[in-house]
Design a protein around this ligand. Structure first.
Ligand code: ATP
Ligand code: MG
Length: 432
């Protein structure tokens, strides 16, 4: 069976009320029991005192016990003397015939009377009796007061509980409303109100806001990336369209068409490398899944792929590798190696060295490298060094390497020495 969905307010109120009802009932019962015991005890004490006085006022005549004539019996009290068989032989004070059966020493309650019976020294019994009417009246009044007070407390506790729950839950409502409005309108720049007081609710609202901050950062980053990509692609595409238009505006000979197509081919290759670079950079945004990668084997395969390009440029690629395992992404390691080797090929001197040592991958060329001042800027997308206008490139290679290094928590370090520029990727030391 499915229970009806109560609101949290109602559940909390019912919870408070239940605890309070139990506490009130238990408290009332305890008070009643204590009061009843105390009252009975004080009644018994009166009976004992009266018995003591009466005992010293009993005379015997022919073995028959009777009360002394000057025995003064207080109101409401009844005294009896009984013989060995339990028959009443004398009475004093109130006259009451209760017939409580054979006498037995100690206290007894018969009908609305409290009885106290003591054996007499010369045989027979003394019985002192007092009505319990006053006591039961008191207890009844007390019970009424207790029930009334308990009912009042329960009503007040339900009301108070509801008000408390309502106050405590209001900030949650506000957070939920704000979150719903953000979800409905997709306005990720809005924030939920921060609950004051530094308690769990403050933590909830600040955590939600921190999450929204993070989301806003990611969305803005993606947006600016999309804007940048669109902008970067638009210029070469416009040039491309212009060239095609120029080529088609009137009939030309085969040689001119051929020259035009070769130019187009170059532009298309540049465009493709730009879009590939943008794609690699976009991929660095996804959460990384690191795995053990053997650096030497990975970079050797890349070097083999690039060897023809080096040969065509008349440059030599030296390999100096040792086996080394790191935690990274195989495709990323390949991408980073390609980008660094292509930079050395484009901007360096004739000798290029690819080196792998424990947890370290480096590419060195015998050029002077970019200027040290330029280096931090060159790690950003679409930034190129000075004096490279004649060389094709989109300024994305180093940005991709830097983003990959961040993913692997690796360090990307440049080093300049006389006619030698080295870029090193140092991977974190594997633990465990
Ligand atoms: N080994 C190097 N020697 C000299 N300058 C370099 C070297 N590597 C990079 N640079 C400078 O850093 C700039 C940025 O390099 P990056 O690889 O990011 O872009 P790119 O090579 O211009 O274009 P892409 O790699 O996207 O085709 C280069 O334009 C160049 O000026
Ligand atoms: Mg490059």
């Amino acid at each position: 069976m499915k229970l009806p969905a109560f609101s949290l307010r109602l559940k909390l109120t019912l919870g408070y009320a239940l605890i309070f009802i139990l506490a009130s009932v238990l408290g009332a019962v305890l008070i009643y029991l204590v009061a009843s015991t105390q009252l009975t005890r004080s009644l018994d004490a009166t009976l004992e005192e009266t018995a003591a006085v009466a005992l010293s006022n009993i005379e015997r005549e022919d073995g028959q016990a009777r009360f002394a004539a000057d025995l003064n019996v207080r109101n409401e009290l009844a005294l009896e003397l009984l013989n060995g068989q339990g028959q009443v032989t004398a009475r004093a004070g109130e006259q009451e015939d209760l017939k409580p059966g054979l006498p037995q020493p100690g206290f007894q309650t018969v009908q609305d009377w409290r009885l106290y019976t003591v054996p007499l020294a010369g045989g027979g019994w003394l019985r002192v009796m007092r009505p319990t009417e006053l006591l039961s009246g008191l207890l009844e009044t007390l019970a009424r007061i207790l029930v009334g007070a308990a009912l009042l407390m329960i009503v007040l506790s339900c009301l108070g509980g509801y008000l408390l729950a309502d106050r405590a839950l209001k900030p949650i409502d506000q957070v939920a409303l704000a979150a719903a409005s953000i979800a409905r309108r997709g306005s990720y720049r809005e924030r939920v109100p921060v609950a004051p007081g530094g308690d769990e609710l403050t933590r909830l609202s600040t955590t939600v806001n921190a999450m929204l901050d993070r989301l806003e950062g990611t969305i803005e980053h993606e947006k600016s990336f999309a804007r940048m990509a669109a902008h970067e692609l638009r210029t070469p595409l416009t040039t491309l369209a212009g060239r095609v238009e120029l080529l088609l505006d009137r009939p030309r000979d085969a040689a001119t068409y051929r020259a035009g197509l070769v130019q187009l081919q170059e532009r298309i290759a540049a465009l493709r490398s730009l879009s590939e670079g943008l794609l690699s950079l976009a991929r660095t945004d996804a959460p990384p899944t690191l795995e053990p990668v053997e650096l030497a084997g990975t970079v050797l395969a890349v070097a083999e792929d690039l060897r023809p390009e080096f040969r065509m440029a008349g440059k030599t690629l030296h390999l100096d590798v040792e086996e080394s395992w790191v935690r990274a992404e195989p495709e990323g390691v390949r991408r980073a190696t390609v980008n660094l080797l292509q930079n050395a090929l484009k901007y360096g001197g004739p000798q290029v060295t690819l080196r792998v040592r424990t947890g370290e991958l480096s590419v060195a060329d015998d050029g002077s490298g970019p200027t040290q001042v330029d280096w931090p800027r060159l790690l950003h997308p679409l930034e190129r060094g000075t004096g490279v206008q004649g060389i094709s490139g989109s300024g994305l290679g180093l940005a991709v390497v830097a983003a990959l290094a961040r993913r692997w928590e690796a360090e990307l370090r440049p080093a300049w020495s006389v006619q030698r520029f080295t870029v090193t990727l140092r991977f974190p030391v594997a633990t465990g």
